[in-house]
Design a protein around this ligand. Structure first.
Ligand code: NCD
Length: 310
């Protein structure tokens, strides 16, 4: 892909290993700089617009924090109810508007493909912060940064991805990135929430080893890393189906006792009940460090998109 300057960030598959190396290097640079001082001025005068049509805590706050730590400004669409979206304005018109006021737009929307539609409508760089059950590439990049920091390498890992693999956009993006490093995957989910066939067949065609199973303990005991996810209640049309599958997989102290060795645990958050709070003090529980890393990775991405830093 080369320089990110002026580019959109839409999908996990747009990144090469070289791009990922650069992002890790830049994120780690900003992490160190922030230890020395609270704010940099690299993006002074630049404006980020955040358009969130779905709930968010970490993604939005960390993007806004990242922009402000780099000296830039942030404008945002408050809530859907308080904007002209409530009057029936289309996504494209809202994005066109934001592009008149901002230098980069971060968008989250319930429709799969919405970020790409937005990118086609304007020349301002669009960053996909989650399009329905599609993709969430910046989350995947911060996951990769976290894995690199926690495990020291990205190569030849065995990874158990657990939970709602059908609807989870974070894992759809993450497998794209991890598959560049000869990762072996266990996909652990209830039958109804399996990884979409187009993703598994693409991985298999590329020679990536995957095993789909419902057995969390077996998968976990063979893995270096657990990536836990929330059952995405908001994607269910039939709530009785949600009730049937919720709580299928839970990591608690009793489960940790059954593990043969220490394991690293990631989760994009928010969690509901799939990781008990008693696990939070376990040394391998990395999900709070993971959320903090979001700021450094998003600083790197904003600086690369807006300033073209190498
Ligand atoms: C995720 C999302 O919105 O896709 N959250 C996040 O961005 N960290 C995961 C989720 O909602 O379960």
């Amino acid at each position: 892909m080369g320089s990110l300057k002026g580019k959109d960030i839409l999908h996990g598959n747009q990144f090469s290993k070289r791009d990922i190396d650069t992002i890790i290097k830049n994120a780690s640079y900003f992490e160190k700089e922030l230890k020395k001082k609270k704010a940099l001025n690299l993006l002074e005068g630049k404006i980020l617009a955040t358009l969130f049509f779905e709930p968010s805590t970490r993604t939005r706050l960390s993007f806004e924090a990242a922009m402000q730590r780099l000296g830039g400004g942030v404008i945002s669409l408050g809530s859907v109810e308080s904007s002209s979206v409530a009057k029936g304005e289309t996504l494209t018109d809202t994005v066109r508007t934001a592009s008149q006021y901002a230098d980069v737009i971060v968008i989250r929307h319930p429709r799969t493909g919405s970020a790409r539609e937005a990118a086609e409508a304007v020349s301002t760089p669009i960053i996909n912060a989650g399009d329905g059950t599609g993709q969430h590439p910046t989350q995947a990049l911060l996951d990769i940064y976290t894995i690199y920091k926690e495990l020291g390498s990205l190569k030849n890992l065995v990874v158990s991805i657990i939970g709602d693999l059908k609807n989870g956009r974070t894992v759809h993006a993450l497998v794209e990135l991890l598959s560049l490093y000869q990762t072996q995957f266990y996909f652990v989910s209830p039958g109804a929430l399996r990884m979409p066939e187009e993703i598994t067949s693409n991985l298999t065609q590329r020679g990536i080893k995957i095993e789909e199973t419902e057995d969390m303990l077996k998968a976990t005991n063979a893995s270096h890393l657990i990536y836990m996810t929330r059952i995405q209640k908001e994607r269910f049309t039939d709530l009785s189906e949600y009730e049937r599958v919720k709580g299928s997989y839970i990591i608690d102290e009793a489960f940790l006792k059954k593990l043969k060795k220490k394991i690293t645990i990631l989760h994009p958050l928010p969690r509901v009940d799939e990781i008990s709070t008693e696990v939070d003090d376990y040394p391998g529980a990395a999900y709070f460090r993971q959320m903090r890393n979001g700021v450094f990775v998003r600083m790197a991405l904003l600086a690369m998109v807006l300033e073209g830093i190498p």
